[in-house]
Design a binder for this molecule. Structure first.
Ligand SMILES: [Zn+2]
Length: 253
């Protein structure tokens, strides 16, 4: 099997994963991979990512002209193409609407606090880009300055975009964002979000350099932390924890 077939298979597998995990509903979301200097393999419009097959994928150039595929490319692929033009180190983009991270994007709260070591090491943080109408050029402009540095961005009142060196890398970053958002949400519900102290954050930043993750931004230690929710009553606390456990169990089943 040649490399392009492997990439086609990977895109379909990621489509199934993001659909099954509830990161997209109906025909939402899109996945693309830059397969050569001026060719991008991408998901088409109007097809559920959970049921996509390799022959449904399209190829376009960096200007958005479709060069292969019997289905039409999505208008949201233009955002992916702008990312490829902006970042020569990026070869794959995943866009989805994972509910918890998108909930933060709707609430106007970014995910840049220094809370979890693995997020600090892999992403630094996940900033929030202002809203832009989907499908048009204005969707990308608020994201542009953030995507110069960050590999994952929340899109206000819309969803999340993640960037990777390959499709699975971009997909795993999407998983990390949603996982982080869930943990941050539980901490908010419990009424306390404690950030790591600067000394420990510094150690994690050093670790990133050892892993070859350079030039990525850090995270917020003690500023910009959203006001914690009021301390819940014992009854509401039990209800919230039960709900979280039920969600986890449903996802594992
Ligand atoms: Zn979208």
């Amino acid at each position: 099997m040649n490399a392009i077939h492997m990439v086609r298979r990977e895109i379909c597998e990621i489509g199934r994963r993001i659909y099954q995990r509830g990161y997209v509903a109906a025909n939402d979301g899109n996945i693309s991979v830059r397969v050569s200097e001026d060719r991008v393999l991408c998901t088409p419009t109007g097809v559920s990512k959970g049921f996509i097959s390799e022959d449904m994928l399209c190829i376009c150039d960096l200007e958005g002209r479709q060069v292969a595929g019997h289905l039409k490319i999505s208008s949201e692929i233009r955002m992916h193409l702008e990312i490829y033009k902006l970042r020569s180190d990026i070869h794959a983009v995943v866009h989805a609407h994972p509910p918890t991270a998108t909930g933060f994007a709707v609430a106007g709260i970014d995910l840049t606090q220094c809370i979890l070591p693995e997020v600090i090491v892999s992403l630094g943080g996940i900033p929030l880009a202002a809203y832009g109408t989907p499908g048009g050029p204005e969707i990308f402009e608020p994201m542009r300055p953030l995507l110069v540095e960050y590999d994952a961005v929340l899109m206000a009142n819309h969803g999340v975009v993640t960037l990777g060196r390959d499709a699975m890398d971009a997909h795993f970053k999407m998983e990390t964002v949603e996982h982080f958002a869930r943990i941050a949400l539980v901490a908010h519900q419990l009424g306390s979000v404690k950030t790591l102290d600067p000394k420990h954050v510094g150690e994690l930043i050093d670790l990133r350099q050892r892993f070859g993750i350079v030039g990525r931004p850090g995270c917020k230690v003690d500023e910009g932390v959203p006001t914690p929710a009021p301390a819940p009553t014992e009854e509401s606390l039990i209800q919230q924890i039960t709900q979280q456990v039920m969600i986890q169990l449903r996802e594992q089943s």
